[in-house]
Structure formats: structure tokens, C-alpha cells
Design a protein around this ligand. Structure first.
Ligand code: SAM
Ligand code: SF4
Length: 360
């Protein structure tokens, strides 16, 4: 059956939940190879073999929320909090422009106080002044009011990443305190689209208690939301978190977490076809070549960290996060070699919007 399902998917047929589940349950190395190869074929057909880069700037680890899985949750007293200055953010963005990365992502903990909203608005404006306004700007700053989304959009941001984390309301509720609302998160995703952003979402894969049915639901959720970009990654434990304390061994089988992350990328590529899919740092945390494996399983975006090295160790979402001791220049050379080694190249100097958005 596998051959038939993959052939149907490559031919453009929509996969029903039973077939999505079948693919996600594959275990034999030969079957997994076939799955990744099919997803790669679909990537070549709908996109190409060029990697789109976004220079990631981790602006601040100050967070007003308390997601049970996240190392920088507001309640973690062990974290030394930092916020980059406007000058530091602009300097990092200038690096991205010099490296011809084409776009940057500003990511941080979630805050919505007026000072923060103004600060980000200014940062976006300042980045837009660089390089003749050519640098694309993605934000990943959590849930905000419609007005805030609008102000940041008007300042020049054009893409927004907001993971649903899990599209199953019951699992979502187990991962977050009672005052974090699933409905509000979904509403934010709708507001982002309404404002005019290219919208990205995603989930963590391999969470304690997560089933294949949950992941199938996630895939259907992505499709129903008609998203432009997907950022997914394996869940990696952080022991100073409620989830890490409750399930200290969750995800300890790095090989299995990596495999599940790659399968989810591949099946997402088969299901959504022409969206941008990120090969995330969490994959690299599980294997040194994790991001390249992500590209070979159908991903087409990489987000190299270009922020100040001094702050990296303060942004530990999970343990053993890679790249905390590597400056942007070294990371860039390594990445270029790694991408060339799998026969792909980097699309320098372009925003790299997804064909899905272009076709909207
Ligand atoms: N605060 C914003 C938000 O939550 O949307 C953006 C920053 S948040 C740190 C970015 C992503 O990190 C989250 O969407 C979550 O999926 C991921 N993350 C947090 N803790 C993680 C963990 N233990 N393992 C893997 N990913 C994690
Ligand atoms: Fe804050 Fe985002 Fe971490 Fe949740 S995932 S605690 S919102 S930084």
C-alpha cells in the first residue's frame, strides 16, 4: 500500500486521515526512505532545491506566559532575563543584510505592555531603513491584540509565526495553565490573516501523551487554516519546567524524536505541497545534521541565529540547544557547506515567500 499512497500523494491527490496516519506510523528504514524521497520530489515540483534563510534574532527572553514545556516561561526564576537594545537589534539585522539572508525573524517571549509594543514597532521601522528596505521581516512574538498586529504590520512586518503547539484542545490544555486559551490562540491566527500577514503555525512533535491521531488532527488543522508557512520541531525536555518535572524522560530517545520530527515534515509536505516548511533548530539539537535531514524530508527554510552571542545562553527553550557558542559568521560558513553537501544551494538576497502565498 505504501507505494500506492506515495504515488497518489506525488500525483497531487489529497490524503485522507487514514492515509496520513498510516504514513506517520511508518517505522522500517526502507519505508521511511521512500516517504522522505516522495516528500522531496513534491518539494522539487512545487518549490525548488534552494534553501530560504531567515536570520533569527532572539530579542528578549522576558515572558509573561507560563507554557508548561518552555525553559524561558515567566515562572522560571533561574533564567537571567535580557532584552536586546534597539541598536543591538538593528546591528543584528544589518548582519543579515550583509550576509544577504533576505529576511529576519524577531522572536521573543510574549509581552503586550505599551512600552513593548512601541519598542517592536520602532525596531521594525529601523530595520526597514536598512538596505533600501529590502530585508523581509517576520515576527514571532506571541498572541497580541488586533491593533498591535496592525501597528507592527503597518511598520513593515509581513510574516508572523504563531504555533498552535497542539491543535487538539485537550492536549493544548494539558500543556498550558488554565488562563492560556486555545480559542484565543486560534483567534490570533485568524486576526493575523485578516491583518494581511503571511501566517505560519506549527506544533511540537513527540509531546508526552501525544498520539498519531493528534498529529493527523494537526495536519488537518494546517490545511483548514490555509497557512503559508509551517514551523515544527520535536519537543525537547527542559527539566526546570512543569512538563519536564512531570515527564523527566519524555523524548529521551533522541533517535525516535528526530524520526517523528522528520516524518511530520515529510507528511506535511505531501499534504500542503507549496508552503514554506522550516527545518528547525530542535532537529539540530537531536542530531548534528538534523537540519539537513529536515531539508531532505521536504523542508525548505532554515533560520540561522544571527543575534548577539552574549545572549544565546539566556534563550534556552530546551536543554542542549545548539549554536549557543557559535558566532553568526562561523554558523553561516558551516551552513553553506552543509547545504552544498546535500546538493542544494542557498537562495541569497530574497524574501523567500512561499508559492502558496503568491498564489493566494
Ligand atoms: N513566545 C512566542 C510564542 O510562544 O509564540 C515565541 C517564542 S517561543 C519560545 C517559540 C517556540 O518555541 C514555541 O512556539 C514552542 O513551540 C517552542 N518551544 C518552547 N519550548 C520548547 C521545548 N521544550 N521543546 C521544543 N520546542 C519548544
Ligand atoms: Fe513564553 Fe513563548 Fe515560552 Fe510560552 S513558548 S513560555 S509564550 S516564550
Amino acid at each position: 500500500i505504501l507505494k500506492d499512497i506515495l504515488a497518489a500523494a506525488v500525483a497531487g491527490e489529497t490524503l485522507d486521515p487514514a492515509r496520513l496516519a498510516f504514513l506517520l506510523e511508518l517505522k522500517e528504514p526502507g519505508d521511511l526512505e521512500a516517504l522522505y524521497r516522495a516528500a522531496y520530489q513534491v518539494k522539487l515540483r512545487y518549490i525548488d532545491s534552494k534553501v530560504r534563510l531567515r536570520g533569527l534574532i532572539e530579542v528578549s527572553n522576558v515572558c509573561g506566559k507560563n507554557c508548561f514545556y518552555c525553559g524561558i516561561r515567566g515562572g522560571n526564576r533561574k533564567v537571567a532575563r535580557f532584552t536586546m537594545s534597539l541598536e543591538e537589534i538593528v546591528a543584528a539585522a544589518r548582519h543579515a543584510a550583509e550576509f544577504r539572508y533576505g529576511s529576519v525573524v524577531l522572536q521573543a517571549g510574549e509581552r503586550s505592555d505599551p512600552g513593548w509594543v512601541d519598542f517592536i514597532e520602532n525596531a521594525v521601522r529601523e530595520i526597514k531603513k536598512l538596505d533600501g528596505g529590502r530585508l523581509g521581516i517576520t515576527l514571532s512574538l506571541g498572541e497580541q491584540s488586533e491593533e498591535t498586529f496592525r501597528r507592527w504590520f503597518d511598520a513593515g512586518a509581513h510574516r508572523y509565526l504563531l504555533r498552535i503547539e497542539s491543535s487538539d484542545p485537550a492536549l493544548y490544555a494539558r500543556l498550558h495553565p488554565a488562563d492560556h486559551s486555545y480559542a484565543a490562540r486560534v483567534e490570533s491566527l485568524h486576526l493575523l490573516r485578516k491583518t494581511g500577514y503571511q501566517v505560519g503555525t506549527g506544533v511540537m512533535v513527540g509531546l508526552p501523551g501525544q498520539t498519531t491521531a493528534n498529529l493527523v488532527h494537526d495536519l488537518e488543522f494546517f490545511k483548514s487554516l490555509d497557512v503559508d508557512m509551517i514551523g515544527m520541531g520535536p519537543y525537547i525536555v527542559h527539566h526546570d519546567t512543569p512538563l519536564g518535572r512531570q515527564f523527566p524522560d519524555a523524548g529521551s530517545d533522541a533517535g525516535r524524536q528526530l524520526e517523528l520530527g522528520l516524518k511530520m515534515i515529510a507528511v506535511t509536505r505531501l499534504h500542503l505541497r507549496n508552503v514554506n516548511i522550516a527545518s528547525t533548530t530542535a532537529l539540530q539539537a537531536l542530531a548534528p545534521n538534523g537540519r539537513e535531514l529536515g531539508l531532505l524530508a521536504g523542508a525548505n527554510v532554515i533560520m540561522p541565529n544571527i543575534g548577539d552571542l552574549a545572549y544565546r545562553k539566556g534563550y534556552l527553550l530546551y536543554e542542549n540547544k545548539p549554536g549557543t557558542d557559535e558566532n553568526a559568521g562561523t554558523a553561516r560558513e558551516k551552513l553553506e557547506r552543509a547545504v552544498a553537501a546535500i546538493g542544494e544551494s542557498i537562495a541569497y538576497g530574497e524574501w523567500g515567500d512561499s508559492p502558496h502565498f503568491a498564489a493566494r
